[in-house]
Ligand binder design. Sequence first.
Ligand code: ADP
Ligand code: MG
Length: 652
Amino acid sequence: MIEVTNIARTYQIGESSVNALRGVSLKIEQGEFVAIMGASGSGKSTLMHILGLLDVPDSGEYRLMGREVSKMSEDELAGIRNNVAGFVFQQFHLLTRMSTIDNVMLPSIYSHDAGDVRSAALKCLEMVGLGHRADHRPNQMSGGEQQRVAIARALIRDPMIIFADEPTGNLDTKNSHEIMRILTELHEKGKTIIMVTHEPDIAEYASRVITMKDGQVLEDRRKETASAQQANAGARVLDVGHLPLFQPGRMAGFVIQAFRSIVANKIRTLLSVLGILVGVASVIAMMALGSGAKAAMEEQLKSMGSNLLSVRGGSAKIGGAAQGVGTVTRFTEKDAQAIAELTPLVSRVSGDVTGSAQAVYLDKNWSTGVEGVDFDFGKMRAAEPTVGRWFTRDEIQSREKVAILGTTVVSQLFGNQNPIDRTVKINRINFKVIGVAPAKGFAGPRDQDDVILVPVTTAMYRVLGKDYLDGIFVEVSSAENIAPAKEAIDALIRKRHKLQASDEDSFNIRDMTQFQQMLSSTTQTMSMLLGSIAAISLVVGGIGIMNIMLVSVTERTKEIGLRKAIGARRSDIMLQFLIESVGMTLTGGLIGVAVGVGASMILSTVAGWAVKTSLFSVLLATTFSVMIGLFFGLWPARKAAGLKPVEALRYE
Ligand code: ADP
Ligand code: MG
C-alpha cells in the first residue's frame, strides 16, 4: 500500500543543512502495525510526516496505493489526509475553544460528510471510553483522556491508516498502555497503524519494528504472528473527488467557528473594531446631518423667494476695505420702474427701504424694524398675509398709514389678541394694522418675523424721512435669465446714473444663487470634513483589524497546522479567517450604525440640529464594513492559508 524508494529530506537552517533522511526505502502493507524506533533526531518524525503526506521528500519516490504522491496537488493531498489518514500527535493538538465532541467532529467539516456527524463522533468517543465527556473542554481532562479524544478525532473519518507520532510521549505508563490497548484494538479491526516511538516496551505492541539511525533504516524486524490481518478491510480507491468550497453545511460550520473565536476574545475584538465602529457611526451621522442641513436650507431658500435679485447701493465687498469709500448710488422709484420695464427678463420689481422704529400699542412698547415695500413684494417674497390682507396699489400710491406686522411684533404688542384693524403707533404716527405676515423663522441670528411692513412711499416720506430707496428687489422671469437680467440691470443703472466703467463699487446686484451656493458650499465643506474623518477612521480601523488578524494567525499557527493535517485545504483556511475578519468588521459596523443613528437622534433632540437618517447610508456603511473586513483580512488569511502543515504544528 505504501511504497517509498530512496527518499531523502534535508532541512536547511541558514548556512548549514541537516540530512534528516538519507535514502530510506520501505514497503508497508495494508493491515500492518508498524513501529518506527530510533534515537531522538534519527529522522522518525520526518519519515512519518512524509508518509502521512504532511511533508514532501526532496528526492525519491513515494507511491501510495499505486499513485505517485509528488504528482498530486496540494488540495488533493489535503483531501487524502482527510479521507485516508488519521493523525495522533504527541502534544494531542486539541482545540481548547471547543468541546470534546466538536474537536472530534472537526475533520468532517473538511469532508463530504453530511449525515449525522454528531452521533458518529459520539460513537468514536465511546470507542475510546469517553462517551460521557462529550461536552467537556479538553483542558478539563487529563493527558491520557486528551490523547484518547485525539484518537477519536483520528477515527471520525474512518481512515485506512493511522499515523501516530510518539502518542505516549507525554503520558505516564498506565495511560500509555491504555492508549496502546486502543491502538491494538484498532489494528485488530483492520486499520493500518504507523507509530513512531522511542520506547521499546511501546514498540512491543507493534507487529513490525523499523529501527532508524541517522536518517537511515538500521533494522526492519517482523514478528512471526504478523501478516494475518493483511487481507482484512477492502482496499479503498484513492480518489478524493472535488469538494466545493461554498456549501451551506460547511459554511454554517465556518461561521459558527468564526463566531466562537470572536466571542472567545470579546474585549480584544471590541477594541479592534472600535475604529470601524467610529467610522461607520460618523458616516451615518454625517449623512444624516448633511441631508438634514440640506433640507433645512431648501426650506429657507423657499421662504426667500425664487430667482430673486437684490440691487443695492454700495460696494459688494461686504466687510472688505472698499466699504464706505467712494460714492454710493442712491436709487429712486423711477429706477425701480425702469427695471420693471426690462421685460421679458424681469417679471416683478419692488423698491425697498428699511429703518428702525418704535412701535407702541396701548401700554406695550416694542423696538423693531420697519420695511417699506411695493405692491409686488408680497408675491415675490412670499410675504402675503395669511391673516388679513396685503396692501392695495392705491394705498401704496397715496402713502396710506397701513401696516402688516410680523408675528414677533404681534406677540410682543398684542399677545394673543387679534391685531387686525387695531391702531398702533409707529414712530408716533398712527397706523392701521391690516394683516399679519406669515412666519419665516430665523435666518442665522436674525429674526425675520421681527418686522413691520408698510407701503414703500409711506415708509420713505412719513416714517423714515428718506427720498431714496435702499434697494430694489427684482424677480427674474426664470432661472436661466438671471445672468442676462443682471447684465441688463447693470447697464441700465450705469446709464441712468451716468456712471463710468471705473465706478465699479457704487452699487451691486446680488442674486440668491450666490447665497444658495454659499450655503451649500458650507454644508459641503462640513460633509467633506466629516466624510474624511469617517474615511480615515475606517482605514485606521481596517489596519487595526488587519493587525489583530495577523496576531490571531500567529497565535493560532498550531491550530492552522492541525486543521491542515486533518484535511483543510488552503481555501478552507483562507475562508475561515476571512469570515472571521468580516464577522468582526460587520459587528463593528452594525454597532456603529446603532451609535450613528442614536447620535443623530440625540443631536436633533438636544442640540436641535436638523438630521435625516437614511436607509441608504445604513446600507452603505454596512456594505463598507464588510468590504473593509474582506480587504484587510485578505493578507492575514493568505498568510494563514500558506502555512506548511508540519512547520505550523511545530511552531512555538
Ligand atoms: P526524530 O523524530 O527522530 O527525533 P526528526 O525527524 O524530528 O527526528 O528530526 C531529524 C533531524 O532533522 C533532527 O536532527 C532535527 O534536528 C532535524 N529537523 C527536524 N525538523 C526540522 C526543521 N523543521 N528544521 C530544521 N531541522 C529539522
Ligand atoms: Mg520526533
